[in-house]
Design a protein around this ligand. Structure first.
Ligand code: UD1
Ligand code: CA
Length: 452
């Protein structure tokens, strides 16, 4: 089937400069939750309108967009996407601001739609307070929908309401869209009117209305965030991941985590991140868009756009930035920052170091306080540190520069020229000793004090 997402509405109550559907739940824009759900069922189209250019910036390449310049109602929104509708295919209608719908629900809706050969199948639910929703009127074996503002007093009593999610037969839509008019209380083209026009309309009552809750303001945004969070953490726990404190843990929907990994409190994992088995992540850690192997330990650190192989340990207080690759058994310790750097197997940078644009070989020891000086104010330059090299503490490696394999850099050096393999490089002032100088100084000061 084809999936059409309505996302042209304004979302005034968000009080935002940005369109409603780009606001995020667990770090993922609402519209992308809906698109990813839709993609499981078929080709996706999105109707954009209010701040269309901003919304388009969030859409994947393979999604088609249709512009609804003026928001004249949900029926009008579908009319704007007429070319997306295929007469031989069903159309699932979703809303861009309803992010928590489950694919099982769509499957059930589709089963009914198919088995009863319906023109349209509506997803409805029973609302404690139906105010604002379209009411489902069931009469003489037929179904129609009356919008709240058009409903009579007795119709307003009805608690079965329209979620706004439907499956239509493409040919039914194409044949009937033009029959819609705006002679109603709101002067809008109602998509709901098509239900009454259908010879064969069906409705499935959803017993878990949270799935179809929309977001109208930021309070509802936070409510859905907490529901989504619980749902995702529960799935992870049921699949074998330990979450020590679900309250303080935030994991985005596209994160994959392996069995027997433990997530410690105050940890946030976002984007397209995968984490292997038997890892210890957190406490106080944020990981974004990274790929992490098995048996990796990360404590109190920030990691973004990084690849980490097995048996690595990171932190506490490390910051691994875009383009960092840590091979097996690497150890990155406290106050270490890395950017666009590859660190080879068994190598260590345990304390107070910056590695930028660096390629580090295997079995290298990077001493405390080592800095790659990769930027001269205009350009970035690479540093190469070959296998088994030893960089003494507090050294500055002024790039571009290569430290040969097995070479040693003396502590406190400023290295501006390449260091050959297996050599010692010292780039620091020679130490001088003035014997007795301190004592003389002390005595001179004391004498001066006594004369006062
Ligand atoms: C709609 C339904 C109502 C249902 C309710 C569920 C109609 C006429 N009514 O009402 O029966 O109970 O949803 O929430 O369909 N949109 C556009 N273009 C427009 C108008 C809306 O893209 O011109 C999009 C909005 O961005 C939103 C969705 O369609 O995502 C629903 O619009 P909204 O105005 O919230 O519909 P309701 O009037 O609440
Ligand atoms: Ca609404």
């Amino acid at each position: 089937m084809r999936v059409l997402i309505l996302a042209a509405g304004l979302g005034k109550r968000m009080k935002s400069k940005y369109p409603k559907v780009v606001h995020k739940i667990l770090g993922k824009p609402m519209i992308n939750w809906v698109i990813d759900l839709g993609k499981r069922f078929g080709e996706v189209g999105v109707v954009v309108g209010h701040k269309a250019e901003i919304v388009k910036g969030y859409l994947p390449m393979d999604v088609r967009t249709y512009l609804q310049e003026h928001q004249l109602g949900t029926g009008h929104a579908v009319m704007c996407a007429r070319e997306f509708i295929d007469e031989n295919d069903d159309v699932l209608i979703l809303y861009g601001d309803v992010p928590l719908l489950k694919s099982e629900t769509i499957e059930k809706l589709n089963e009914i739609h198919k088995s009863r050969n319906a023109d349209v199948t509506v997803l409805s639910f029973i609302a404690d307070d139906p105010t604002g929703y379209g009411r489902i009127i069931r009469q003489d074996g037929r179904i129609r929908i009356v919008e709240h503002k058009d409903a009579s007093e007795s119709e307003k009593e009805i608690k079965e309401v329209n979620s706004g999610i439907y499956i239509f037969k493409g040919n039914f839509l194409l044949a009937n869209l033009d029959r819609l008019n705006n002679n109603n209380a709101q002067g809008e083209y109602y998509l709901t009117d098509l239900v009454g026009l259908a010879q064969n309309a069906e409705a499935l009552i959803l017993d878990d209305p949270i799935q179809v809750s929309g977001v109208n303001d930021r309070i509802q945004l936070a409510q859905l965030e907490s529901i989504a969070k619980e749902r995702i953490l529960n799935q992870l726990m049921l699949s074998g991941v330990t979450i020590v404190d679900p309250q303080s843990t935030f994991i985005s929907p596209d994160v994959v985590i392996g069995m027997d990994t433990v997530i410690h409190p105050f940890t946030i994992i976002e984007g397209k991140t995968t984490i292997g088995e038997d890892c210890e992540i957190g406490p106080y850690t944020r990981i974004i868009d990274s790929e992490i192997g098995n048996k990796v330990k990360v404590m109190r650190s920030e990691i973004e756009g990084v690849k980490i192989e097995n048996n690595v340990s990171v932190g506490p207080f490390a910051r691994l930035r875009e383009g960092t690759v840590l091979r097996e058994n690497v150890k990155i310790g406290n106050f270490v920052e890395t950017k666009k750097s590859i660190i080879g197997k068994n190598s260590k940078a345990q304390h107070l170091t910056y590695l930028g644009d660096a390629t580090v070989g295997e079995d290298v020891n990077v001493g405390a306080g080592t800095i790659t000086c990769n930027y001269d104010g205009y350009k970035k330059y690479p540093t190469h540190i070959k296998d088994k090299a030893f960089i003494g503490s507090n050294s500055s490696l002024v790039a571009p520069v290569t430290i040969g394999s097995g070479a040693i850099v003396g502590a406190g050096s400023v290295i501006t020229e390449d260091v050959p393999d297996d050599s010692l490089a010292l780039g620091r002032a020679r130490q001088t000793i003035k014997e007795g100088w301190a004592k003389q100084k002390r005595e001179a000061m004391e004498n001066a004090d006594n004369k006062k």
